[in-house]
Design a protein around this ligand. Sequence first.
Ligand code: AMP
Length: 425
Amino acid sequence: MSFDSLGLRPEILQAIQETGYTDPTPIQSTAIPLILEGKDLIGIAQTGTGKTAAFTLPMLEKLVQSAGQRKGRGSRALVLSPTRELVVQIEQNVKTYAKHVPLRVATVYGGVGETPQKKALRSGVDLIIATPGRLMDLMQQGCADFSECEFFVLDEADRMLDMGFLPNVRKIVSSLPKKRQTLLFSATLSKEIEKLTREFQHSPKFVEIGKRTNPADTVEQFLYEVTKAQKIGLLQHLLENNELYMVLVFTRTKYGADRVAKQLGKSGIHTGAIHSNRTQNQRARALSDFKAGKIRVLVATDIAARGIDVEGITHVVNLDFPPTPEDYIHRIGRTGRAKSEGVAISFITEDDRNPLRSLERFMKKSIIRRRSKEFVCTPLPYNAGPSKGSDRGGAKGQGNRPSNTKRRRSKPYGLDRKNFKKFGK
Ligand code: AMP
């Protein structure tokens, strides 16, 4: 199926073409026609499947179609997303696809000043993309008008529940007109999510892409059994390998994220950290440095990492193992996005045996164990000459994948015994 046959107008097709997408992803080819028909939809899709465009493209089409019927200055569509990074990312998608159509968009999220957001809401934008907490604040101050809202998207609904946003989401939904189209996206389907769909939707169509229990097929997964004291040393050692080129590291705590970033920084590896104690500016800066290749490693906590859609993340490292299978799937979905490949490496301590067992039961498969003594670390040779503005090259300890070589995917993450001793206590 091609984008041309989906029923989108030429201006939107042109924007898609300029973005460089050739074919719709499975969720796009299934969901777009249903949304254009006006159906409510439950989309169960892992991250990286192209779900943002799957709801954004038909939403823009419908908003353009109904633009003439607008009576007042109320907003005509609302997208709720759990984190500010996700909101910004959806906005970037919307702006890309809507560049040839006359629609106005505003974002609303915490951690930044309210005034510009209030102004934008009052000016009568077509589409609002928001996190529930800040939107609720502004609604209580009388800044938002949803009396003309035709279209509501609840993105990452499972995460909204995990983060305790449901009461705010319910209040916001109760202020929307009953007659509207509602789309709900979630990486996983639970009883709570099913309950939400009954509450918010009307005879929804169901679209499920990929098996619910299987993370993205494009991600190769394995784990190392370590002690807590070995973690940072093992990470530093793995980072001597150039194949770990653009690396997202997860820690359980904000303090842990800062500590790891500092330790890697001391060993000469350019590293940034994002977590909820950092200001919006610091988070945005770390993300853009990571995207631009100015830092090679980004250390994040789960919540902060929700909005990370950075192309080309080669490796996700679970320095601290995630508490739930859903977290694991969300985390590893940051690599292997769309059609690229990725690797997820998890460090497992004695304390992680139960969550690991739950995960393997959830995925119905075991993750490959890599033991230190079974593998010999064979870092690739460094390429001379760093690229401009990037630390992914040149200096020892920084990755530098030669542009003309394909990433090798099998052995080289192991450690020999001699090296491993360095990390043990
Ligand atoms: P999402 O699942 O919406 O977070 O999208 C994951 C990534 O896939 C984003 O970087 C998108 O830009 C990209 N993407 C979305 N649709 C397509 C497509 N049809 N072809 C190639 N890449 C796409």
